[in-house]
Design a protein around this ligand. Structure first.
Ligand SMILES: [Zn+2]
Length: 327
């Protein structure tokens, strides 16, 4: 399994590797693809059969925000005579022989994500998040509807939920970077949260930490990793798909890590909440931070100045007295 330039494929490729018990996507072979596809299908089957709000419902929420109208989340899923898992396994199956496809009058392309030749299975919005519907021929005329994907990338795209987190505002969060060691750390951390959610049968993602909190803790635990992180916060909702891309510079990541150690993270969160944001949001956007410093109550603005990159790190306020006297 290759690591492509597509952030969803990369994150999903790491998920597939970890689910297969391997340290790198490059080691994922055909047998591993079979096993990972079977695991994904079994989890889809289980989630798709849940009554609304039942134990484990959070996983269905995750799937619904990624693959609307797909077998596990389709409104009429219970009426379909074919099991959900079998249908998922079917579209995560091996690639048809490209020679045979061409002989039958079909077409093959390099995989849209990893560029490996011989892909003939095309996916649209229901299986490939944030793409066009496969029926929208005008939007993807190069391929005549949908995007051709090889099997490895199809499995990666459906392993994506396992390394995704949910933001405080309910959006999917995919975190990427161009350093493989850091990518593995991020994937391992988010996978652990998702495994906890599955083991404990969370019905809502609010039962666990927000993606922003998980990432902040991760930055604090891996302060030595000086890389830019790319945050995609998104929803593939049927009516209002969203994608917000932000870049966390190595400097901003380091500042957040230091604040986690030296300041009071809970106090920073409380201060940021008065502006409707998470400290991570404010660290990601200088404009948002400027606005927050202007509009927040005085005690909160004082706390939030610690996030200002123009302030020396030692300016991180120790806030207990401020907190006690101003609220
Ligand atoms: Zn591919």
């Amino acid at each position: 399994m290759l690591l492509s330039h597509h952030p969803f494929q990369r994150s999903g490729a790491w998920a597939a590797a970890l689910l297969a018990g391997l340290p790198h996507p490059g080691l994922v072979g055909d047998d591993d693809l079979d096993r990972v596809a079977a695991r994904i299908a079994a989890d889809c089957e289980r989630a798709g059969r849940l009554a609304k709000g039942a134990s484990g419902w959070a996983w269905l929420v995750r799937l619904a925000g990624m693959y609307p109208q797909s077998p596990p989340v389709h409104p009429s899923r219970a009426k379909n005579p074919q099991p959900i898992g079998a249908r998922v396994l079917d579209f995560l199956g091996p690639d048809p022989d490209p020679v045979h496809v061409v002989e039958q009058g079909g077409r093959v392309w390099p995989c849209w994500m990893c560029q490996v030749p011989g892909a003939s299975i095309r996916w649209g919005k229901d299986k490939l998040p944030l793409s066009d519907s496969a029926q929208h021929l005008n939007n993807s005329t190069v391929y005549g509807g949908g995007y051709p994907l090889c099997r490895s990338c199809r499995v990666a795209v459906w392993a994506l939920p396992y390394t995704t987190a949910t933001s405080a505002t309910g959006l999917n969060v995919t975190v990427g970077c161009w350093d493989e060691r850091t990518e593995r750390t991020i994937a391992t951390t988010f996978l652990a949260v998702n495994q906890q959610a599955r083991a404990e049968g969370w019905t809502s993602w609010r039962q666990g930490p927000s993606a922003e909190d998980v990432l902040w803790q991760l930055l604090a635990d891996h302060r030595e990793n000086r890389v830019q992180l790319d945050l995609q916060r998104w929803s593939n909702d049927n009516r209002t798909p969203r994608l917000d891309i932000r870049h966390l510079s190595p400097q901003a990541a380091l500042r957040l890590a230091d604040l986690h150690h030296d300041a009071d993270p809970a106090e920073l969160r409380r201060a940021a909440r008065t502006t409707g944001h998470h400290p991570l949001d404010l660290a990601l956007s200088p404009d948002l931070l400027d606005q927050a410093l202007t509009t927040a109550p005085r005690w909160a603005a004082h706390v939030l100045t610690a996030l200002d990159p123009d302030q020396p790190p030692t300016a991180a306020p120790t806030t207990n007295t401020i907190h006690a006297t101003t609220r």
